[in-house]
Design a protein around this ligand. Structure first.
Ligand code: M6R
Length: 369
């Protein structure tokens, strides 16, 4: 049942190209438009939206953080993302023209379900992104977009995360399309890059042997820090979450620009810092900023593990270990940069002798608040 893999997690990581392709299937037209007829919200409903809230927990929350960047950039409406367990206690301002997107792999997470009920009481429209057909969250939502990741058995979420990202991109592009904020050819250009993601990911997965060796090296570290900027920030948080969850190691993700406001003092001789570098394409301003952050940590003794786009030769000099990922437009990059971090956490946990698929104290779906 593990299809020759040692753990379900490794099998599910390997299934990611297919999971993405399945989630895109039937949702893109030949002309590069988004077809989301299955989402039971009318175009008028979607045109009336003046604010989006994304609510989720754990890894699904990180997908929501990425979605915020994409939705605000493409759709030009305000988008907030919030942890489900915090959302309703804050008494958020919601009404009929608020779209609340809840993201849940299992569809049974109690914190997310309670947030959804709160949103509905306030008359907001609720759209679920979910991987489990007929589960409670999509049943109680006004509309649902299913991710077609297939069953995820390992407690650590991997393929569900990437398919959630794809679903978020589809919703963002769909909103931009029907609200007329993006031209058809602009949408089609992103769609084309999105359709290349499965192939790019296959290529990436074929070159991960090095990450396995690196994991054996890092297994005794007392902490691992992760830094990123823009969509690389949620990727850093996700890398740290995976490591805590599976390897029971201290790990923390930071927005790279925040380092100098405190966390940089954690860095000591040999502290491993995983750095997620944005694409140098375009003006590359963000990429240059992250590269200076890498230099800053390195000057203080950090051992840098750099995840950067293939062809970004300039980062080499600052990388103690370089992991190259295929080129993708900035907003889509988490589909690539997350994957080495999943493998790193899985392999470190295995090297430390832990049960990768069933980490202690955790359940696959958290049905208590
Ligand atoms: O089923 P959900 O997506 O609602 O689950 C949310 C979190 O419990 C989940 O993503 C958790 O953080 C993962 N185990 C992380 O790998």
């Amino acid at each position: 049942e593990k299809g020759g893999y040692e753990y379900f997690m490794l099998k599910e990581i390997a299934e990611q190209p297919q999971a993405i392709a399945d989630t895109l299937l039937g949702r893109l037209s030949e002309r590069g438009e988004i077809i989301l007829d299955e989402v039971r919200l009318t175009d008028q409903d979607l045109r009336d939206v003046d604010k989006v809230f994304i609510v989720a927990c754990g890894t699904s929350y990180h997908a929501g953080m990425v979605a915020k960047y994409a939705i605000e950039h493409w759709v030009r409406i305000p988008c907030e993302v919030e942890l489900a367990s915090e959302f309703r206690y804050r008494d958020p301002i919601l009404d009929r023209s608020t779209l609340v997107i809840v993201i849940s792999q299992s569809g049974e997470t109690m914190d997310t379900l309670m947030a959804l009920r709160h949103a509905k009481e306030q008359k907001a429209r609720v759209l679920a992104i979910c991987n489990t057909n007929g589960s409670t969250i999509p049943r109680e939502s006004d509309a649902v977009l299913y991710t077609h990741g297939g069953p995820e058995i390992a407690v650590a979420s991997t393929k569900a995360f990437l398919t959630q990202l794809v679903a978020c991109y589809l919703i963002g592009l769909h909103l931009a399309q029907i609200r007329g904020v993006m031209y058809a050819d602009e949408v089609a250009a992103v769609v084309e890059r999105l359709s290349q993601a499965p192939d790019n990911l296959r290529e990436l997965l074929d070159g991960m042997e090095d990450v396995r060796a690196l994991a054996r090296d890092l297994k005794t570290a007392s902490t691992i820090l992760f830094i990123g900027r823009h969509v690389g920030f949620p990727v850093a948080l996700e890398g740290a979450l995976k490591l805590k969850e599976l390897a029971y190691m201290h790990a923390e993700g930071f927005a790279a620009g925040e380092l100098k406001h405190g966390p940089i003092s954690l860095i000591d001789e040999g502290t491993p810092v995983v750095c997620v570098v944005p694409s140098p394409a375009g003006r590359g301003v963000m990429r240059d900023k992250v590269v200076s952050n890498i230099q800053e940590v390195r000057a203080r003794g950090a051992r840098t593990i750099v995840i950067a786009e293939k062809g970004d030769e300039g980062v080499r000099a600052f990388a103690d270990h370089l992991i190259e990922v295929p080129h993708t437009p900035t907003l889509l990059a988490p589909l690539m940069t997350t994957v080495p971090l999943q493998i790193l956490a899985c392999e470190i946990a295995a090297a430390r002798g832990h049960d990768v698929d069933q980490p202690r104290n955790l359940a696959k779906s958290v049905t208590v608040e």
